[in-house]
Design a protein around this ligand. Structure first.
Ligand code: AVJ
Ligand code: FE
Length: 441
């Protein structure tokens, strides 16, 4: 990106804006008006709220801030401010209707393309250096597209989305990888479109550990379910046990037991539970309980990133597990290219130098870490992206899912959510301390 000419950068930004919009249009055109305005779950906004919110954020940052242009619809800012109204209340607001929303986002985009034509990517203005604000808005739209995809998963009715199946899985040489540990550079100070919480790069010491080669599969997780895992407090943290009882959890969300067979619901399809796919729609507490039952634990965020980015040969931290190139379809299951995670072993070309696979794409991975700022963190360009969420309320997820776009799924990208959330496309892998004999070899 930083090597592009000004014209090259403009063209790249225009292409990314167009790609994210095509996805937004696809997700919103796929359903009828009623499905756009109604709330499919208390956990989610009506799709038409996400749609106009995407346009409103684009207006705020690119039309008004970067472009210095007059506001188009200042009157609606408050309706689409995520901090003013919780998701559960959004259907009762006087929102723009579907056709008004479509007209609004088109009007905003026309202005933005004009701003893009005239903007100087002035290196002295952090908001536009390397087109940062454009990158932030593209990522914002793609993140809401993933949220809308999660709303689609919660929607009742016949399937409306379609995509080819992911690549087949394969047998793994080893179920776990021994990671020697050491000091590595975590985070980034150089990725032009990295968001504030991924910065700055800083040295982190990681002790030796063992990590699963691939995410925990449905088949693995089913053994925990069938073994009475949800009935036995010994596997659960105190908070986890309280939650599993209060919410009456018995299996991952969207699993069904009927006539002695396990099924799962996926975007309106009911299909036999695929045992070789990564488990999905489990909350942090379920991930944590499974890990304990398996004699393991969840990796920390540092361990996840070390496994994903560290190259033991050079001592360098890479951008992605497979190297420094952007993700290609051979590396990772991203961008809604497939509408499910790939079976384990499906992406050998995406392996890290240590031999850990499917770190990017397929399912978000719960880590044991709270969402906290890196040393030297500076909120940019607004406190409400990351700063207000730091603390002990949220757990970090890494790696992106099949529904995460490649413009978001950086090796440094940090996602976060409450430990009870299951509607996101989240699974996990386990880690553990090495046994003494493993360290000697
Ligand atoms: C980073 C995915 C937790 O969706 O709540 C969207 C991203 N921030 N609009 C979210 C975000 C503002 C955020 N996550
Ligand atoms: Fe948002």
């Amino acid at each position: 990106l930083s090597e592009l000419s000004v014209e090259g950068l403009r063209a790249y930004v225009a292409e990314q804006l167009e790609r994210s919009r095509a996805r937004t249009v696809q997700l919103t055109d796929a359903v009828d008006t009623d499905d756009l305005v109604k709330q499919h779950s208390k956990l989610m906004s009506p799709l038409v709220w996400d749609y106009a919110h995407i346009g409103n954020q684009e207006e705020l940052w690119l039309v008004r801030d970067v472009g210095g242009r007059e506001p188009l619809r200042q009157d609606i800012d408050e309706l689409y401010d995520a901090f003013m109204h919780p998701r559960a209340d959004r259907p009762t607001l006087p929102l723009l209707g579907p056709s008004e929303t479509r007209a609004y986002v088109v009007e905003v985009r026309d202005k933005v393309l004009d701003v893009l034509d005239h903007v100087k990517f002035d290196a002295g203005r952090a908001l536009v250096d390397n087109a940062f604000a454009f990158g932030m808005i593209v990522q914002h739209e793609q993140q809401h597209d993933e949220t809308m995809l999660a709303t689609h998963q919660l929607r009742a009715g016949v399937p409306v989305l379609d995509a080819p199946p992911p690549p087949a899985g394969r047998r793994l040489a080893a179920p776990e990888v021994l990671v020697p540990g050491g000091v590595f550079e975590m985070g980034t100070s150089v990725e032009p479109w990295a968001l504030d919480n991924e910065r700055p790069a800083h040295a982190v010491q990681v002790a030796p550990y063992v990590i699963d080669t691939v995410p925990v599969s449905n088949g693995d997780y089913l053994r925990f379910v069938l073994g009475g895992g949800y009935d036995d407090p010994q596997w659960w943290s105190e908070d986890g046990w309280a939650h599993v009882q209060k919410a009456s959890l018995v299996a991952p969300r969207f699993w069904e037991l009927a006539d002695g067979e396990w099924w799962r619901l996926r975007f309106g399809h009911r299909e036999p539970l695929p045992l070789d796919e990564p488990v999905m729609h489990v909350c942090f507490y379920e991930a944590e309980a499974y890990a304990k039952w398996a004699g393991k634990r969840l990796p920390t965020e540092e361990e996840w990133e070390f496994a994903a980015r560290f190259d033991p040969e050079t001592g360098r931290t890479r951008r992605f597990p497979w190297g420094d190139e952007n993700p290609g379809p051979q590396h990772a299951n991203l961008g809604q290219r497939h509408l499910r995670p790939a079976p384990v072993g499906g992406y050998p070309a995406g392996a890290s130098p240590l031999g850990v696979e499917q770190l990017i794409g397929d399912v978000w991975e719960w880590t044991s870490s709270d969402f906290r700022p890196y040393p030297g963190f500076r909120a940019f360009p607004y406190d409400e992206y990351s700063l207000v969420f730091f603390g002990t309320d949220y757990k970090v997820l890494r790696g992106g899912s099949f529904g995460t776009d490649e413009v978001v799924a950086r090796g440094t990208f940090r996602n976060w959510d409450y430990p009870i959330r299951r509607q996101i496309f989240a699974g996990f892998r386990c880690a553990r301390a090495p046994r003494p004999e493993e360290l000697r070899s």
